[in-house]
Design a protein around this ligand. Sequence first.
Ligand code: CA
Length: 236
Amino acid sequence: MRFTWATRTDRGKVRDHNEDSVWPHDDGHTEEALIVAVADGMGGHAGGEVASSVALETATTVGGDPAMRIRAANLAVVDAARDRPRLAGMGTTLTLGVFDPDGDLDIAHVGDSRAYLWRDGELSQVSKDHSYVAELIDAGELAPEDAANHPYRSVVTRAVGLDQTVEVDSYGVVLEVGDRILLCSDGLTDMLTDDEIARILEGAAEVDQAADDLVKEANGAGGVDNISVVVVEVTA
Ligand code: CA
């Protein structure tokens, strides 16, 4: 299998800086293994930007399986904050995928940045948010359709960089030719419904157009947060 990808990260229409980071920085294609990732930083002052970039630098270079990469990123962010009061309390989401040309995708995930699989016209969310509203939905106390408007929708229950240890969730996907995989920050999913995301992935001829259209439509819907997307297409 071969992989063609496009990544975008955009400040949005409201925020004055971008605390998200994406990997890779450039679009491309490969017949070899591919690592992709999205991180959405949080924390006052410069903290969010530092947390997401330190996490991605570490997770994409350290080696090991996706969950090990995230645990290493966690320690790197904790270390970066140590003795630097300006960065105290910084953290980040991290969703990372490793594509194997033999046809497997391994995903590891902390926070509320998401991984989606688009296959045969159907969009399914692969990752499960570590967020307050996701817990409310699981407990039957909130209807899924009300989540997008909940006042605490951006409160995460797990993040990278807050503690020496972090609980990481892992998911596996057996890839098929024609699959499109989307990793994204909540700046996309707070602005667009899953149906809108599916329509954009369906309508774009190429991954770079899909990535451009996702960012454009999220900005068109308000762009209240930083918007980051990674779109990967699987070909024979
Ligand atoms: Ca965000």
